[in-house]
Design a protein around this ligand. Structure first.
Ligand code: ZN
Ligand code: ZN
Length: 298
């Protein structure tokens, strides 16, 4: 049961003081979930007047840690989005955090307001569903940030897990931008030995070969993910949404080793009414810059 929450804003500093001076909470509300055979006990909690409930200290301290890198620190503005029996959702600008009232976890959620799913990664702060709502510029930028974060200088393999990159590729393929996403990821995740400005001294030849091989392997992995996802979408669509020709009878566009430029539900770019991926990317970039200028305080 979700209680309606009046919009109340406060700062991180005010919240910490509120909890520090709040009365210690009796863990009765979740005491029945405790099982004597488990070595587990409720986290220490205090009642917060601002949040309207008792909040476990670990959740609050984790929230403070996650927000501590913010330039305004203790003055970071917060507002309560949801309070229910299990959690409180607090928002800070676009960022949203679920504070678990039983276990004391603090989970960063998808940036789409009202979405209850956790975000994929720090660099990809949406859930796998809402990635599909992003403009192409924001989607590709998230891919670049993620790939840069997965990059370890001197290492010639990506060590990060596959799942965020799979979700990014699927979202890009759905809008006919698989190639743009794949090249963005590969370029950001590796020091390309073909780019001489990356190195002050010539790279050791063994490292050049290993890096090229790893880049090729990454390109293949992304291409295979894209082809599989495109095949799934083509099968679901049945016929081209433009000319109605049956898609299963047509070449999928990946055969020549490249990526099709049209969305999977269309037989070709001639049938797809959307502008090219490059045009959509540039349009999103311009809109993003306009939004940034609106937010500037001067
Ligand atoms: Zn979401
Ligand atoms: Zn067509």
């Amino acid at each position: 049961m979700i209680a309606p929450v009046p919009v109340v804003t406060f700062t991180l500093g005010e919240l910490l003081v509120d909890v520090a001076t709040g009365s210690e909470a009796v863990p009765g509300a979740w005491g029945d979930r405790w099982h004597p055979s488990e070595d587990w006990s409720p986290a220490p909690s205090s009642v917060s007047a601002l949040l309207g409930t008792a909040v476990p200290h670990p959740a609050l301290l984790t929230l403070a840690g996650k927000l501590s890198a913010s330039a305004v620190g203790m003055d970071t503005g917060l507002r309560v989005e949801v309070v229910d029996a299990d959690r409180v959702v607090v928002a800070c600008g676009e960022r949203r955090f679920a504070l678990g009232l039983a276990g004391g976890a603090c989970t960063e959620l998808c940036r789409q307001p009202d979405c209850e799913r956790r975000m994929l990664e720090t660099e990809v702060p949406w859930c796998s569903s809402h990635l599909f709502d992003l403009d192409l510029y924001s989607l590709v930028t998230a891919g670049r940030f993620w790939a840069e974060a997965s990059h370890r200088s001197g290492e010639h393999e990506r060590s990060s897990p596959d799942w965020p990159v799979e979700e990014l590729m699927k979202a890009a393929v759905a809008v006919g931008a698989g190639e743009m996403m794949a090249e963005t990821i590969v370029t950001a995740a590796f020091d390309d030995p073909h780019e001489p400005e990356q190195h002050d001294v010539p790279a050791e030849y063994g490292l050049v070969l290993r890096t090229r091989r790893a880049m090729g392997r990454e390109r293949l992995r992304l291409w295979e993910t894209a082809r599989k996802e495109a095949a799934r979408l083509r099968q679901a669509a049945g016929g081209c949404q433009g000319c109605r020709r049956e898609l299963s009878r047509l070449e999928d566009g990946f055969g020549a080793g490249a990526y099709p430029q049209a969305r999977p539900e269309y037989c070709s770019q001639a049938c797809d009414p959307l502008p090219t991926a490059r045009q959509r990317y540039l349009e999103g970039q311009q809109n993003g810059q306009a939004r940034l200028q609106e937010d500037l305080p001067f």
